[in-house]
Design a protein around this ligand. Structure first.
Ligand code: GLU
Length: 514
């Protein structure tokens, strides 16, 4: 490896679902690596054994792959596949011996020490600091223990934690997003590296410690992660220094907020990648949106980017330190953009599952509709008709509901509809229409329908919205929606195909109470 080939990593803890914040971190790491021909590593930080779960790791891998992200080193690209790369293992739970070995080294070189202070003693120290309005940091009492005393404590089986000796120099690092950052050494005090136990190997190493060892041994050149880790970084810098390792570059990405400027949470809506997938967002829309959460194109205006285009355009220099606001409207706009671009087969395959339990008339199975059948052609037309009216695909069944479940009573009950229908001309128009329906035999083609509307317009003098809105309510239960030219044949054909839906004539008759 040379200095010019960056190595970056995404290091999630498998303690929950992958949410937008972490997905953006993964994406920025991936884009940065791909742009410069570097290496992107996935490392699973599963040292918190109580909270880590295999199912979250499996889901994480699935979610990253769904977003179109792959990695050069780390667990296999699908769950259960062997690890890739020569810097492994890539799961922290498999690296405990490495951490213990490094702890021995720090102790031997005098850069760390055993701390035998009990929880109660530390609590007394802390309470005193609070009372004296002093900084609540460890006093460093055990730094001064003589080896005879240490031996005596160890022989007595006294548990100890391992602490790092912090010097007096400020702890500095360079952040590609925030510029130079500096923390006073006193504010860091002597941090615990390994939690209290009666031996080094039994003690649990803490996040700051293991992350630094892993980053150093995996030769990470740029640490790109959320800015909630800025305050951890001085401790990590001190650990690099204690080992004599080169400190990498850092890039801390801003927090993602909801529209109310509070930290984005479930309260604001969907936040996990799998939820967005289940709602029928396209991965290319989500990836595009995530890229824009804290980064902007050089021209200041381009907003639609494929992953490939992002790879060419992305740079950490253009990442902003100010918080990013998650804008669901913009995400929806992008999703609509990509839905429009999406090829029909893919849209159909993605849409089908949403109709499985929603629309019994279609008799759908998991395998879907038989390709090429008249039903499948009809379904394709239905989806194409409704697609421009949805933000994400799970909204399709609701949009399709008036076609499948024609219900004059609830159409009348809707307040907006009621106001339209209350106008005298509405009743006239519907009566005229019903009269034509009564004497009509055979299907209602768009031409037949257009002919009726023209006649009614001429006969009643009603035109525009006043003419069309009541009719639309009578046919679909809503005064707006797809154009009649496409809607009419869809309803007619659905009825003749035996899809259990009512044809145009039936709808008008039932609605107008003919
Ligand atoms: N496991 C940590 C997290 O998920 C990783 C932080 C880091 O990238 O250093 O927040």
């Amino acid at each position: 490896m040379t200095d010019t080939t960056p190595r970056v990593r995404f290091a999630p803890s498998p303690t929950g679902l992958l949410h937008v914040g972490n997905a953006r971190t993964a994406l920025y790491n991936w884009l940065f690596a791909r742009r410069v021909g570097g290496t992107f590593i996935l490392r699973i930080e599963d040292t918190d054994l109580e909270r880590s779960e295999a199912r979250y790791e499996t889901q994480l891998i699935k979610d990253l792959r769904w977003l179109g992200l792959d990695w050069d080193e780390g667990p296999g690209l699908a769950a259960g596949e062997p690890e890739m790369g020569s810097f492994g293992p890539y799961r922290q739970s498999k690296r405990l011996a490495i951490y213990a070995e490094h702890t021995e080294r720090l102790l031997a070189e005098g850069n760390a020490y055993r701390c035998f202070c009990t929880t109660e003693e530390l609590e007394v120290e802390r309470a005193r600091a609070v009372a004296e309005h002093g900084p609540q940091v460890y006093s460093g009492r055990c730094r001064a223990l003589q080896s005879a005393e240490i031996e005596k404590n160890l022989a007595a089986g006294k548990p100890f934690s391992v602490r790092l000796k912090i010097g007096t120099e400020p702890l500095r690092f360079h952040d590609l997003v925030h510029g130079p950052v500096e923390f006073a050494a006193e504010a860091v005090s002597d941090p615990i590296l390994v939690r209290s136990a009666t031996s080094i190997s039994a003690g649990v190493p803490v996040y700051n410690y293991v992350v630094t060892i892993d980053d150093a041994l995996m030769q990470i050149t740029h640490v790109i992660r959320g800015d909630d880790h800025i305050s951890n970084t001085p401790r990590q810098v001190a650990i690099y220094q204690a080992f004599g390792w080169k400190v990498p570059e850092f890039a801390h990405l801003s927090t993602i907020l909801g529209a109310d400027r509070e930290r984005l949470s479930k309260r604001h809506g969907a936040t996990s990648i799998s939820t967005f997938r289940k709602m029928g967002y396209l991965p290319e829309a989500l990836v595009n949106y995530l890229a824009l959460l804290g980064w902007g194109a050089e021209d200041g205006k381009t907003e639609t980017f494929t992953l490939e285009e992002l790879t060419r355009a992305f740079s950490l220099e253009r990442v902003t330190p100010s918080p990013a606001i998650f804008d669901f409207d913009k995400l929806n706009w992008l999703n609509r953009h990509y839905l429009k671009e999406c090829n029909t087969d893919r849209v159909l395959a993605l849409s089908l599952p949403f109709f499985l339990n929603e629309v019994p008339q279609l008799h759908l199975t998991k395998e879907g509709l038989v390709a090429g059948s008249r039903h499948s052609e009809w379904f394709e037309r239905l989806i194409q008709l409704l697609l421009p009216y949805v933000d994400h695909l799970d909204q399709l069944p609701v949009k399709a509901a008036p076609i499948f479940a024609f219900d004059p009573a609830s159409a009348r009950a809707n307040e907006e509809n009621a106001a339209i229908l209350a106008v005298g001309s509405a009743r006239t128009v519907l009566t005229e229409l019903a009269a034509r329906v009564r004497v009509h035999s055979g299907p209602v083609t768009p031409e037949v329908f257009k002919g009726w509307m023209k006649e009614i317009k001429a006969a009643t003098g009603v035109k525009g919205e006043e003419l069309f809105h009541p009719v639309r309510i009578a046919l679909t239960g809503a005064h707006s929606g797809p154009v009649f030219d496409k809607l009419i044949p869809l309803i007619e054909d659905g009825a003749t195909l035996g899809l259990g839906i009512l044809g145009i004539c039936d709808r008008i008759e039932r609605f107008a109470g003919v």
